[in-house]
Design a protein around this ligand. Structure first.
Ligand code: HPA
Ligand code: ZN
Length: 337
């Protein structure tokens, strides 16, 4: 089963490029850019990655990304992620980035976007992975700040596939950003939002009703609300679940306690993703393998999860059909269990 999971063609729909910064590259960039870090070695960095909740992770996540300064840095970061993902069967990526976390430090939006984009182009050429970019607003900052970055991104509208919402969830409900998402929709941009990771099921309902999202990121708290589950099943709303992240951030105590299998059994359109793989210890296939093992997922459920990942993507109909055909062909060529 492990080789099957490593190689099965898959899409990753929930990964923050800043969360792919492995300790080795963090140290190399701190030297290259003369940015001091409170760590002297890779071991010290890894040892710091013990989290009690989302905020304790975010504090290190924002501190770590201080080493990212030039387009070359963002290019190197993006391409290193795609290389690791290609080795785990990833065929398509929809990548989040947090522009406010960089513009606030004086790194211009264009520097960030140019670097990520050239990394994505190189990943397409070298590894055959297709990709899209999702611009995320930081929900701990104001709606005015989000609106400002959206307007700043307007000339680059065609380089962005969607907008998203991330960072500290509790106390920052989707309703805070309704006007920003209205504006993004007027620009022709679809949306996604982190909701129901640490926050309540009601935040998922707000994301649907007020932000009109096309996907819910995490969404694991939906099982607290039966009417919401029925609505999500009926509309086949995709939920981009990140099992290793959820355990690292104590959303669930252990992988055995994760509700992913229950979500699948309720008929929800679940996908499996890595979120911040450098911080949580695993890429897309690692997440699928960890969940499969702990929850004893069947081969049919593994196939369902990867099929969902393509169906839930922002790809057009013909690209989706091509990747789904690749998936079906790959599965048909595997020996039976
Ligand atoms: N939740 C919220 N914000 C984030 C996350 C997450 O899991 N990862 C990076 N930013
Ligand atoms: Zn996330």
């Amino acid at each position: 089963m492990d080789a099957f999971i490593q190689q099965i063609p898959k899409a990753e729909l929930h990964v923050h490029v800043e969360g792919t910064l492995e300790p080795e590259l963090m140290l190399a960039l701190s030297r290259r850019n003369g940015v001091a870090l409170p760590y002297a070695s890779v071991e010290q960095i890894r040892a710091a990655y013990e989290f009690d909740n989302l905020q304790s992770f975010l504090d290190l996540y924002y501190a770590g990304m201080a080493v990212l300064r030039t387009s070359q840095d963002f290019h190197d970061l993006t391409l290193a992620y795609l290389q690791r993902s290609a080795a785990q069967g990833t065929r398509h990526v929809e990548m989040f980035f947090d522009p406010q976390a960089h513009t606030e430090r004086g790194v211009p939006l264009e520097v960030v976007m140019d670097g990520i984009e050239s990394g994505l182009d190189a990943g397409r050429d070298q590894h055959g992975i297709s990709s899209m970019l999702i611009l995320c607003f930081l929900r701990h900052l104001s709606a005015e700040s989000a609106m400002e970055i959206l307007e700043h991104a307007r000339p680059h509208r065609d380089r962005i596939a969607a907008v998203g919402l991330d960072s500290s969830e509790l106390g920052h409900p989707p309703s805070k950003f309704q006007k920003v998402f209205d504006r993004a929709r007027d620009m022709g941009l679809p949306s996604v939002a982190h909701a129901g990771e640490e926050g309540p099921a009601a935040y998922i309902t707000e994301a649907l009703d007020l932000l009109r999202v096309a996907r819910v990121d995490h969404g694991v708290r939906c099982l607290d609300d039966d009417a919401l589950v029925a609505r999500l099943v009926e509309s086949r709303m995709p939920l981009t679940v990140c099992p290793m992240s959820n355990v690292k951030l104590r959303v669930f105590d252990t992988m055995d306690d994760h509700n992913l299998r229950a979500m699948l059994e309720r008929g929800l359109c679940v996908t499996i993703n890595s979120d911040d793989p450098a911080y949580f210890g695993g890429y897309a296939a690692d997440n699928l393998a960890a969940a499969q093992r702990a929850l004893d997922l069947s081969r049919a459920q593994v196939i369902e999860l990867t099929r969902n990942s393509f169906e839930a993507s922002f790809l057009g109909a013909s690209d989706k059909a091509r990747l789904l055909a690749e998936l079906d062909g790959w599965v048909a060529a595997q020996p039976a269990d």
